[in-house]
Each structure stands twice: as C-alpha cells, then as structure tokens.
Design a protein around this ligand. Structure first.
Ligand code: SAM
Length: 331
C-alpha cells in the first residue's frame, strides 16, 4: 500500500486533501469564474450584425464550453458551503491556476493532432532513453490530464499520477468512463480563415488503452506540499512542466522522502516560474547543485527543444528549450 491516508471521492475523483471544505470551495469558485468568462464572451459576441459568420462560430464554441463547465460545476455544487466560498484565498500566487488550462492540455494529450504527438513523443523518448525499463512505482507531480504519465506505463509496474486541480482529474476520469469529450479552444485572432477560429476538438481514449490505464495508472487529487504517499516507496518522481509551478524548497523534502535509494528524480521543462518570488527562481545550475548537495547524483543534464501546446489553427507558435535533468538518489 503506497498511500498513507484515506481519500474523499467526489463524482469519481479521489481527493486526498486535508482541508476538504476549503478545497472544494476553491475548485467551485475557479470553475464558476471560468464560466463567467465564457458567459461574458457569449454576451459580447451574440447578435453581431457585422462579420456574422465569425461571431456565430465563436458563440457556438463558448456556448458548448459553457455547458461543459456547468456539468462539472453541478458535480461540485452539492458539497459547497457559502462560508467556505467567502474564505477562498484569491491572491495571485495561489497555486491553483486562475485560468482553466484543461482544454489546451486535453487538446495536446487526447486529440492525437500531429503537433501534440510530436511534443509528447520527443519528451518521453528523451527521458526513456536514460531510465531503466523495468521499475516498480512512479509518481507524476502535476500530471494535468495525464497523457505523459500514461506513456510511462510501459516501464513501470504502477504509475501514480496526481494533480491539485479537481477538473484535470475529472476530465481524465470522464474520458476513461465515457466515450468522446468535445470542446473548443477558440482563437479570435492569429488565424488564416474562419475554419481556424473555433475548430471543434474531440478527445478520446481507445478501449485497449483504457484497459491498460485502469490496470496500471491511478489518478488522484493531492497537493505536492502534502502528498498522501508512504516514505521511500517510489522508484521515480516525475516533474514534467511542473518544477516551475512551486518553489523547489517547498516540495523537495516531500519528494525526497518518498523516493527510494537508487531511485530517480526527473525534471523536464523550461523553468518558466509562475510565482513571483525571484529568490526562488533557480537557474538550472543552481537547481542541479541543490540536488547534488542533498544526496543525488546527476545522470542527465541536457536541453531538449519541443513545440509547446501548439495549435496548428494559430499563426502563433511556442517553442521551449526544455531542460532535462535526471538525478539518482544516493542516500
Ligand atoms: C503546467 S501544468 C503541467 C501539466 C502536465 N505535467 C503536463 O505537462 O501535461 C502544471 C500542473 O500542475 C498542477 N498543480 C499546480 N499546483 C499544484 C500543487 N500544489 N500540487 C499538485 N499539482 C499542482 C496544475 O493544476 C497543472 O495541472
């Protein structure tokens, strides 16, 4: 048994968070704020005379997304207390993202577009080239909607994948328990033609892969600052596009505690730092030194360039020079 506490289940999502009432209120507020944004755009774009076709496309897209989020909200609402909503901390450094990123990750992870697949394949190959291919357990921090974690199920007996976002885990569960999931990532600008303004995306997982995931991957909600995992039971901890979400000093001990001797820590990403304290925005070299001073030996320190969350409908295109850092725990 790798867990060290019990979970609360909400609409099939396993939640290992201590202050559950606050967490649920925070999740509800985030989702309803996001739906206000959908609603705002609907009001703005509806009944426009000029460029009617363009606005109709956008209205259809935002309306569809709005109804999707309403379904999610309906699952949370019965558990929300008004007092807890009023207590939600809305400061900028609150690590539950203020905007909903789920759809851009769903688009990359489970829609099988060429750009997304290229990013995924390059990322996992660069890591799998270095790691042994027969390990027991791995934990993925901030796993999003999970494709990268799933891709490693070939080299681990069991994968544990966690994210603090209720909706990320809800979406992966939804794909596992139902068929297709449809959504839009509208682009008002940077597009060639009306077809590119709001292409409908369909996310899905094949039945074969669903069976494999149900067998080998466990998704759950938890906070990296309070992982529900026993000491020294993970052969590897992955931080892919996660290291820059929270300062290393806040979570190093949490993951160091659960990695076994000779186990691995894997970082992949650009050190983009989404918090405001410059004192914690370590360079790659400082990050590496920190690990070496705390009992790890560097196995890999290299740059892997990939596009990032790229949508081929858009003229705008992001490329990251990702830092790949793999360290092995000596003591
Ligand atoms: C930039 S995204 C990366 C997603 C995923 N690793 C991928 O590359 O597809 C960062 C993720 O970390 C999650 N996150 C933020 N704070 C967290 C925390 N304290 N504990 C666990 N996950 C967290 C976010 O919800 C988000 O899904």
């Amino acid at each position: 048994m790798v867990y060290n506490k019990d979970y609360f289940e909400l609409d099939g999502v396993k939640i290992y968070i201590e202050n559950l009432e606050n967490y649920i209120a925070e999740s509800y507020l985030l989702l309803s704020n996001h739906n206000r944004y959908n609603e705002f755009n609907l009001h703005k774009y509806i009944n426009q005379e000029k460029r009617k076709e363009y606005f109709d496309i956008l209205v259809q897209a935002y309306l569809h997304n709005y109804n999707n989020i309403r379904e999610l909200l309906a699952s949370v609402k019965p558990h929300v207390e008004v007092d807890n909503i009023l207590n939600v901390n809305t400061n900028r450094d609150n690590v539950v993202n203020m905007t909903l990123k789920d759809y851009v990750y769903l688009q990359r992870d489970w829609c099988y577009y060429e750009d997304g697949e290229n990013q995924i394949v390059k990322t996992i190959k660069s890591i799998q080239n270095v790691l042994p291919s027969d390990m027991e357990n791995a934990l993925f921090l901030g796993c999003g909607v999970g494709r990268l974690a799933v891709e490693f199920s070939n080299i681990f007996t069991k994968i544990y994948a966690t994210d603090k976002s209720y909706s990320m885990i809800w979406h992966i569960n939804k794909l596992l328990s139902e068929g297709n999931f449809e959504f839009y990532t509208p682009q008002e600008k940077n597009v060639y033609s009306l077809e590119n303004v709001a292409q409908k995306h369909t996310a899905s997982i094949s039945d074969n892969l669903k069976t494999k995931i149900q067998d080998k991957v466990e998704f759950f909600v938890s906070d990296v600052l309070d992982l529900p995992i026993q000491k020294e039971c993970m052969d590897a901890v992955f931080s892919i596009y996660f290291t820059d979400v929270i300062a290393l000093k806040l979570w190093f001990e949490k993951i160091n505690n659960i990695i076994i001797k000779d186990g691995y820590f894997i970082h992949f990403g650009p050190l983009d730092y989404f918090f405001s304290a410059e004192s914690e925005m370590l360079t790659a070299k400082e990050f590496k030194t920190f690990f070496e001073e705390n009992g790890y030996e560097t196995v890999t320190d290299e740059i892997v360039e990939t596009s990032h969350l790229n949508d081929s409908n858009s003229f705008s295109y992001k490329v990251y020079r990702n830092w790949l850092f793999i360290a092995k725990k000596n003591y």
